[in-house]
Ligand binder design. Structure first.
Ligand SMILES: [Zn+2]
Ligand SMILES: [Zn+2]
Length: 258
């Protein structure tokens, strides 16, 4: 059985470094990559996260509202973005059979609406919390909405029943965050962490981001422990949510990194 994993470059975000590292110097900017990942399995083509909506790059204030647009700077180079990256592999959005959203922040579900032939896997807790925040007028980003084929999960889920792709709840950053464990064709194990852990430094220092990026600190710390155990006991390589240094060193699309 061959399972390949591809890292897709979906642009970048820039913001105050302290939102990632609360002990950083005030006013220092930080730019991080926005990745998505494609896992090709004999039974399906699985996309982990979908990046940022194209209109979000073109006109952030119009698409996301003034506050969000004032906080983030958006960058998308030629050939970047989920559609362009899939094209490098000879694929179109209609070829994707499964989408797994780590969570419903704008940089992880922005292009969901393009994947009309895919079932979209999200934790029920994530969807309920996101809808409640919208109803309370606390969610200007709406790319997760729409008549999409969402399948709401309540816990762990083995996508193909063979243990090669297992969705694992890793809440804390958001109410229903989830990560994806993958056993590649080489037998090597990986875990795509999403924002349960932004960078290797967060894991090494057992560091949580600033309060705005933490739904519940104790749950996020518990999830960091889950990831650490996957690494230390099962030998899984952790692929972090927004780690520039790590992503630079991964073989990039159209090559599989595993
Ligand atoms: Zn997030
Ligand atoms: Zn993110």
């Amino acid at each position: 059985m061959t399972v390949g994993i591809y890292a897709l470059n979906c642009g970048a975000l820039e913001f105050d470094r302290r939102s990632f590292f609360p002990d950083a110097t005030r006013g220092e900017a930080m730019r991080v990559p926005v990745p998505a990942f494609l896992v090709v399995h004999p039974k399906g083509k699985v996309l982990f996260d979908t990046g940022i909506h194209a209109d979000g790059f073109r006109d952030p204030a119009a698409h996301f509202g003034k506050d969000l647009a004032a906080y983030f700077k958006f960058f998308c180079g030629t050939g970047e973005g989920v559609v362009a990256q899939l094209r490098l592999l000879g694929l179109a959005p209609g070829d994707i059979t499964h989408v797994v959203n780590s969570h419903l922040h704008f940089d992880h579900c922005g292009c969901n609406a393009l994947f009309t032939r895919a079932e979209i896997f999200v934790q029920g807790a994530e969807m309920r919390a996101t809808q409640a925040a919208r109803d309370a007028d606390r969610r200007p980003d709406r790319d997760w909405e729409g008549p999409l084929a969402y399948r709401l999960l309540e816990g762990e889920h083995d996508l193909f029943g063979d243990g090669s792709l297992v969705i694992v709840p890793t809440p804390g950053h958001t109410a229903g965050h989830q990560s994806l464990r993958v056993i590649a064709g080489t037998g090597l194990r990986f875990c795509l962490t999403g924002d349960a852990c932004y960078t290797q430094e967060h894991l090494e220092r057992d560091l949580l981001p600033s309060g705005g990026a933490v739904w519940k600190a104790d749950e996020m710390r518990h999830s960091l422990g889950i990831l650490r155990r996957l690494r230390d006991r099962e030998g899984a390589a952790l692929i972090y949510g927004h780690d520039a240094a790590q992503l630079q060193n991964l073989r990039c699309c159209p090559n599989a990194f595993a």
